[in-house]
Design a protein around this ligand. Structure first.
Ligand code: S3P
Length: 167
């Protein structure tokens, strides 16, 4: 069985939290490919970026994403950059994929005080805007639905996703 729903979107769109809350609502298990990658590597995403470089990280991400799409039957949150990979976008075809859309204001609030995000270390606002401009069409390409998260609580977002999955 494929994942019931795959969540994509930029850093700060709330994918991991939404995955957990949607899984609770649907009585499923949540999985996050960033967690799979750091667990497998035995180190943090930041350390992989710094010590092995982005290219190595993207290769690990491609493998982790392929494995999760193949064997996770619950709610799956992908890393924000997973959609950059052609093979990953191809793999997502035919799946229920929700794009969690967010503007810089809400993303900045969410990113501000959690986790390490190596791509956003220097000038995070400008970096985020650049990254979103470069990727929006890829999120749109893979998504079967889009949820605008701006101004919404995590519970409201999770309710919307759960409704989409049920319908
Ligand atoms: C990245 C997003 C991160 C993580 C890595 C790269 C990106 O995941 O995979 O730092 O390229 O946007 P989140 O989207 O969960 O922050």
């Amino acid at each position: 069985m494929p994942p019931r729903v795959v969540l994509v979107g930029p850093p700060g769109s709330g994918k991991s939290t939404a995955a957990r809350l949607v899984a609770e609502r649907l009585d499923l298990v949540a999985r996050d490919t960033d967690d799979d990658i750091s667990e497998r590597a035995g180190t943090s995403i930041s350390d992989i970026f710094v010590e092995q470089g982005e290219e190595t990280f993207r290769a690990l991400e491609r493998d982790a994403t392929a494995a999760a799409i193949a064997d996770h039957t619950g709610v799956l949150a992908l890393g924000g950059g997973a959609v950059l990979d052609d093979a990953t976008r191809e793999r997502l075809k035919g799946h229920t994929v929700v794009f969690l859309d967010v503007g810089i204001k809400d993303a900045a609030t969410r990113i501000g005080f959690n986790r390490d995000r190596p791509l956003l270390i220097a000038n995070p606002r400008a970096q985020w805007i650049r990254l979103m401009e470069a990727r929006r069409h890829l999120y749109d390409e893979v998504a079967t639905a889009r949820v605008d998260t701006d101004g919404k609580s995590a519970d409201e977002v999770a309710d919307e996703i759960a409704t989409l999955v049920h319908s």
